[in-house]
Write a protein of this length. Structure first.
Length: 379
């Protein structure tokens, strides 16, 4: 056989193979309108794939996926059932659904795979991952800082996002200073963990209560959500303005005194800032019985720092007409933020001069009676 005949035979065989291939593609084909798409990591893609039978005989073939990238998951369904083989009547078509789940941890780039009807047709598909994928978690809040006094409760709302391809059970923790109380809430209930589905989010409530005696300042509270494979941190900012509290008392704690009607009594007072915020313009006032007089020195304290105290002298003058007995006077220390009132019991006694005068009158009366008895008693 000469070389020319060999070439002719090769050309004939190639033509025959081409005719067979094109005949298969023309007789049975797989079709979907979207053969190349672009999606972000973690996306789920639903293809509608038609198997078209253009022959005069029923065609049946196993349906498989070849070349699916490692770590990607897929499912073939038709009529609500998972499909492994499809049969199509002559001049008819059947539709199946191919669901492809792109993982979160995936590199940016273009990936190829093929839908295959074994021995009949194949459908090449391409998916371009538009950005670099991750295996991570996001912990965010729209309001990362709050302000209030030390008695306030700071309630934050955060979003925990699972950007992995698997369900995650996150442990919830906070690194707060000693004395602070941190409570996590999931679905409104107190919790120490949260379960989040793949590529899903969960709302987390975070209630922060500072110690009642804490000093005013800016405090950073780190919050942590973690599993064995992924974690995320969130920094919450709590600005404590301090609590406003004031106490009015005496150095020895006594709130009673004796006084003579018409006389003056000096009472030592102690004004103490028992809160954590500075107090300004503390004013001393009184609520006194009628015709009594009460003055303070000083009557106004310009500044009183947290935890400090200052002495004040109250001068009390009882009414000259005051009858013996107990009288209540109210003394108040106040600022625009806080007020404290102390009640003082003042026991009024009559003056000694009135006592001696009464004694002299009694003696005089007795003497007069004795004189009258001596002078007229024997008649």
């Amino acid at each position: 056989m000469n070389t020319k005949k060999v070439y002719l035979m090769i050309i004939f065989l190639l033509a025959l193979c081409s005719m067979q291939v094109f005949g298969v593609e023309k007789s049975v084909l797989l079709y979907t309108p979207y053969t190349q798409i672009s999606v972000p990591p973690g996306q789920s893609i639903d293809y509608s794939v038609d198997m078209v039978n253009n022959t005069d005989q029923m065609r049946k073939a196993p349906i498989t996926i070849i070349g699916m990238p490692r770590g990607w998951k897929y499912e073939l369904k038709a009529g609500g059932w998972t499909v492994k083989q499809l049969a199509v009547l002559p001049k008819d078509k059947k539709t199946l659904t191919l669901t492809v789940n792109v993982p979160m941890q995936v590199n940016k780039g273009t990936y190829h795979f093929t839908v295959l009807a074994a021995g009949l047709a194949q459908l090449p598909l391409s998916v371009t991952v538009s950005e670099q994928g991750t295996y991570q978690t996001e912990f965010t809040t729209k309001q990362p800082n709050m302000q209030g006094n030390s008695k306030a409760a700071f309630n934050f709302n955060a979003i925990l996002k699972n950007e992995t391809g698997e369900q995650q059970l996150y442990a919830l923790m906070a690194n707060a200073p000693r004395g602070w109380n941190i409570v996590f809430r999931v679905d409104g209930k107190q919790a120490t963990s949260a379960q989040v589905d793949p590529n899903a989010t969960e709302s987390i409530g975070i209630d922060i209560t500072p110690p009642s005696s804490i000093a005013a300042g800016d405090y950073k509270i780190p919050v942590h959500a973690s599993t064995s494979t992924t974690s995320a941190d969130l920094i919450l900012d709590v600005v404590v303005t301090g609590s406003y509290e004031i106490e009015l008392t005496t150095p020895d704690g006594r709130v009673s005194a004796d006084i003579t009607a018409g006389d003056t009594k000096h009472i030592d007072l102690l004004v103490r800032n028992t809160g954590t915020a500075e107090l300004k313009d503390v004013k001393l006032t009184s609520n006194k019985p009628a015709d009594w007089e009460i003055t303070f020195e000083p009557s106004t304290i310009s500044k009183l720092t947290a935890g400090s105290a200052t002495n004040v002298v109250a001068t009390v003058k009882a009414s000259k007409k005051a009858l013996p007995g107990d009288y209540v006077t109210k003394m108040t220390a106040s600022t625009p933020e806080v007020t404290n009132t102390a009640e003082f019991r003042m026991s009024v006694h009559t003056s000694l001069i009135y006592g001696w005068l009464g004694f002299v009158i009694i003696i005089g009366v007795l003497g007069g009676v004795y004189y009258l008895f001596r002078k007229y008693g024997r008649r």
